[in-house]
Design a binder for this molecule. Structure first.
Ligand SMILES: [Zn+2]
Length: 256
């Protein structure tokens, strides 16, 4: 079995001072491929450096909407240079967050559209962060005719919105939320979507699965998310493992 953690933040040194140990344990748990999204410019260098050193780790630098106040116009220029240079698999994580009401929505929109432009000009997929703004993100993708696809990380929208993202070439990422019985809506969505649209992620150190509630999340917990998804869908977990891995590779253009 080979799993892909399509979204984890092992590059954040304060959370993962023993990066190599965490990575070895992930691999022992069949998580052989990991995608590290970026959140701000200050972390890109380490992020890309780690991905260069290790097999099977891929960088997706970007400017996260939650950290709007840290971003500067020159960071977009730097991102464009990184995208052109190659060696990264996606731009992420980017999008709109309307859950935190204090973050200026016009500025978020501009930042998002600029990063869409950068991704499109280098033909790179994107990793989307979306909270309470799914229709707005869908409208923006359509308006900009964005066609490189990507992954909607830790999906928390409706089934209808998930289907619209899939039509636009996106995969829907399932995280530890589905291991909680009370997460009925998202469990329902995960059980209804077509196989070719689903990928897995931990979002470590955030969103620990139910069995590790209150702890810091780790990529080695990904098999628990896989098992929960397979059980919900009534599938053998080898099958769920194989299509989620194939989907992640396809949408991010990874070999294998
Ligand atoms: Zn994240």
């Amino acid at each position: 079995m080979e799993l892909v953690d399509t979204h984890c933040h092992l590059d954040i040194e304060e959370c993962f001072p023993r990066f190599r140990e965490v990575l070895l344990r992930a691999r022992a748990a069949s998580v052989h491929t990991l995608i590290f999204p970026g959140v701000d410019q200050a972390r890109w260098q380490r992020l890309i450096g780690l991905c260069r050193q290790e097999e099977g780790i891929y960088a997706a630098p970007g400017l996260h909407p939650l950290y709007l106040s840290r971003h500067r116009p020159e960071h977009l220029e730097e991102l464009e240079v990184l995208a052109r240079r190659g060696g990264i698999v996606a731009i992420g994580e980017i999008g709109l967050d309307y859950f935190v009401e204090s973050i200026d929505r016009t500025a978020q929109q501009l930042l998002f559209e600029e990063q869409l432009r950068i991704a499109a000009s280098s033909q790179l997929p994107i990793l989307l962060h979306v909270r309470k703004a799914h229709d707005r993100v869908l409208a923006t993708l359509r308006k900009k005719r964005f066609s490189c696809g990507g992954i909607v990380h830790a999906f928390n929208g409706s089934l209808q919105q998930a289907r619209q993202f899939i039509q636009l070439g996106f995969c829907i990422s399932v995280c530890g939320t589905i291991t909680y019985n009370r997460a009925r809506r998202i469990r329902g969505i995960a059980s209804e979507l077509p196989q070719e649209a689903l990928v897995l992620e931990t979002d470590a150190p955030d969103i620990p699965p139910a069995s590790h509630r209150g702890e810091s999340n780790l990529p080695e917990f990904l098999p628990e998310i896989l098992d929960a998804l397979a059980t919900l869908r009534g599938e053998p977990h080898e099958l769920t493992a194989s299509y989620t891995t194939a989907n992640a590779r396809r949408v991010l253009g990874l070999a294998g």
